[in-house]
Design a protein around this ligand. Structure first.
Ligand code: 4AD
Ligand code: MG
Length: 466
């Protein structure tokens, strides 16, 4: 007998009155005294469930089927028919139901059909994929990931897997997670009573990478258009709704690209992927719209149809000053934008995605290209309503002397960056790149406020359990 997914069935490609099989889990079931059980079955292939009609003439009806509860796994074989109910297209009149896995103690099963809080679901990260909510997020996530790869493939970019373990802090600062094979109770000490990293696995201090950018630049200076997409680790003690200790970043690096090229690419990338996801995942997005009670579809359509605002950092400061809302700390352009400032700009003032360019050099990393005024760098931050910064990038400093000056100004050790400096010594080229926070983009698309709810197994301060 042919096995089909519920998605296949709803795609309308299967003739009714055919005998087919489906596998999945029970969302709900209803036993009627007349000797019929209606089962709503899901298999995760789509949001839809499929109704199974089980009659008491089935050999295991009283012994097994009547005892089935939410969460049990089953294999059903039977006739696919058009459903008499308006709400669903099809149902299966079961000829055979094989019970695969029961629920040990149904009264203790954590995922009931009632609405759970985000916090509760996070505590049950291993079981929450069974909810419609996380199911929808997961399908949208997968589509977004694939679509991003497709976008760069279409544009002639090559994918480069950058290392996860590194001895460099690519951002020149920020807390990193250490990678070591030392026995914590017996750490080797050198003659100066300092930890002897020469005896560690890599023979030097090593960490999980905070960005693959520097390695990616090496490939951009040879293949011209490259990108990477992988996990990133940051040990900042930031307990906010937009910070994860482990998240995914898409990084792009293009030789001969200017800041303007970079802004154009990031805007067309976002519009391309959001458009595709909206179309492909429309049913899941509509479902989230109902659950979260926000107008996601309209918001995304506006995102697609309007040009992003592009403003200078100093213009952003003057807008904030004029607002009269931040008078205490926004008097000079030596203030870095906080999430409150960003919120005001994109949610209250522009009400649309906004790219802020040319930040003061003191707020940005050593590798960003110094503008002629010697004060600002050719940088861009792309902010969207309700999430804030989802993407950050810049032209890269391709002049070795200026780069060296910036490295020392930032208190970094030139020697550690020897190979990065080589890229400027040997056939240097103007180039630019950006990093896109994958979970933050997903959070924006789905309207889910906290990135922990769009990450399958979120890693945050004091949370690496499930
Ligand atoms: O702005 P960031 O720190 O930029 C870089 O790391 C550059 N090296 C990227 C590049 O130019 N290749 O990070 C880029 C994006 C941010 O805009 C944000 O969306 C996301 O990564 N991000 C985080 N997402 C979740 N949790 C965190 N702790 C994040 N930190 C940054
Ligand atoms: Mg940034």
């Amino acid at each position: 007998m042919n096995m089909f997914s519920i998605f296949n069935i709803h795609e309308n490609k299967i003739d009714t009155n055919k005998y087919i099989s489906v596998k999945g889990w029970i969302k709900n079931r209803r036993h009627l005294k007349s000797g019929v059980t209606f089962i709503d079955m899901y298999d995760g292939s789509c949001l839809n469930t499929l109704q199974i009609v089980a009659h008491c003439s089935l050999p295991n009806y009283y012994e097994e089927i009547e005892n089935l509860t939410t969460g049990c796994s089953i294999v059903v074989s039977g006739k696919l028919v058009k459903s008499p109910k308006i709400k669903q297209l099809y149902e299966i009149q079961a000829k055979k139901i094989k019970v695969i896995g029961n629920i040990k103690d149904p009264s203790k099963y954590p995922i009931t059909s009632k609405k759970h809080t985000f916090e509760y679901l996070r505590q049950n990260s291993h079981l929450r994929p069974r909810t419609n909510f996380i199911g929808a997020i997961s399908r949208i996530r997968s589509c977004l990931f694939y679509t991003l790869h497709q976008f760069f493939c279409k544009k002639g970019y090559y994918w480069i897997p950058v290392p996860i373990i590194t001895s460099l802090n690519s951002e020149g600062g920020g807390e990193m997670f250490r990678v070591s094979t030392f026995d914590f109770s017996n750490i080797p000490i050198d003659n100066f009573l300092k930890t002897n990293f020469k005896k560690d696995f890599f023979g030097r201090e090593s960490f999980l990478s905070v960005s693959g950018q520097l390695n990616l630049e090496a490939y951009a200076c040879a293949l011209s258009k490259v990108y990477s997409f992988g996990p990133i680790f940051r040990a900042e003690n930031s307990n906010t709704s937009r910070h994860l200790a482990e998240f995914w970043m898409l990084e792009v690096e293009s030789a001969f690209f200017t800041l303007k090229d970079l802004m154009d690419l990031s805007e067309s990338m976002l519009k391309d992927v959001v458009g595709t996801v909206l179309e492909t995942c429309f049913i899941d997005i509509k479902f989230l719209q109902n659950v979260l009670n926000i107008d996601i579809v309209n918001r995304l359509e506006k995102f697609l149809s309007k040009k992003f605002f592009r403003i200078e950092y100093k213009e952003a400061i003057s807008i904030l000053k004029k607002s009269g809302k931040f008078s205490d700390n926004i008097l000079s352009s030596e203030i870095n934008l906080s999430s409150e400032h960003e919120k005001y700009l994109v949610e209250k003032y522009f009400k649309l995605p906004t790219i802020i360019i040319n930040y003061p050099k003191s707020f940005k990393a050593f590798y960003m290209k110094l503008n002629e005024n010697n004060e600002t760098v050719a940088s861009m931050d792309l902010l969207v309503p309700s999430v804030g910064e989802i993407l950050g990038g810049s032209e890269r400093e391709e002049n070795l002397e200026i780069l060296d000056k910036r490295i020392s100004e930032c208190g970094l050790n030139k020697k550690s960056y020897w190979w990065y400096r080589d890229l400027r010594k040997y056939g240097t080229v103007p180039h630019s790149g950006f990093g896109l926070g994958f979970e933050r983009l997903l959070s924006y698309i789905t309207g889910v406020k906290n990135v922990r709810d769009v990450s399958p197994f979120p890693r945050t301060v004091r949370n690496s359990n499930i």
